[in-house]
Design a protein around this ligand. Sequence first.
Ligand code: FPP
Length: 248
Amino acid sequence: MPSERLQRIHQLNKAQLPRHVAVIMDGNGRWASERGLPRYEGHRAGMKAVREAVEGAIEVGIEYLTLFAFSQENWQRPRREIAFLMSLLERYAQSECQDLVDNGVQVHVIGELERLEAGARRAIDMITSATREGKRLQLIVAISYGARGELVRAAQRLAQRVSAGELKPQQIDEAVFASELYTGRWPDPDLLVRTSGEYRISNFMLWQLAYTELFTTPVLWPDFTREHLFEAVLEFEQRDRRFGRVSS
Ligand code: FPP
């Protein structure tokens, strides 16, 4: 183990770890073009970084890791790139399944999954079912996900409950609203990591990020390692989270 990593991980205070870390994985295309490669090579290289993030999260003891893998807006990309990304997701499900089970990882997938082709949906069913006993890390993968769409869906579901007479409009509070989001049963992210030096939320978890600490790094996603995750967690631990209150 490199000494730098030993140091970083030992600097972490287990009592102040973020419970939930979310990641906007960005920069695969730029990583590829810097090397004169087609964009899909960047996505392929990004798979190694996914493994690093998952193993790093387990190593530190993070309970929830959300990875933004494919947005609603990504459907506008060239058909071949979309097909490649979907095949990567299927391959990930097949090749990583046993390791995820052995490491106690439970996989959840959120997003408008109805838009996915049958093969991708089967892969998702397979991996979510095979990993359902995992207790160490909850790995939430957002695919065909957009936060505005998620909020509209929640509003529709609440409206249906009201019109069915199950719920009164005045009973809709923040907790009831949040329970209709894809993420209803999980805590909000404490820390959001975005790679490739961009400072945008990009329609990701607009409700859930209300009090999330943001960490951006210029590192392109394929170059992201567990040490970068530890660095983000270390910085998180040094932040003063006030949630609108004064410092303790
Ligand atoms: C952003 O880079 C990355 C994506 C749109 C895809 C991320 C997907 C993976 C790494 C593979 C599958 C993931 C899992 C969880 C199995 P970009 O193409 O937007 O890069 P650019 O901004 O440089 O063009």
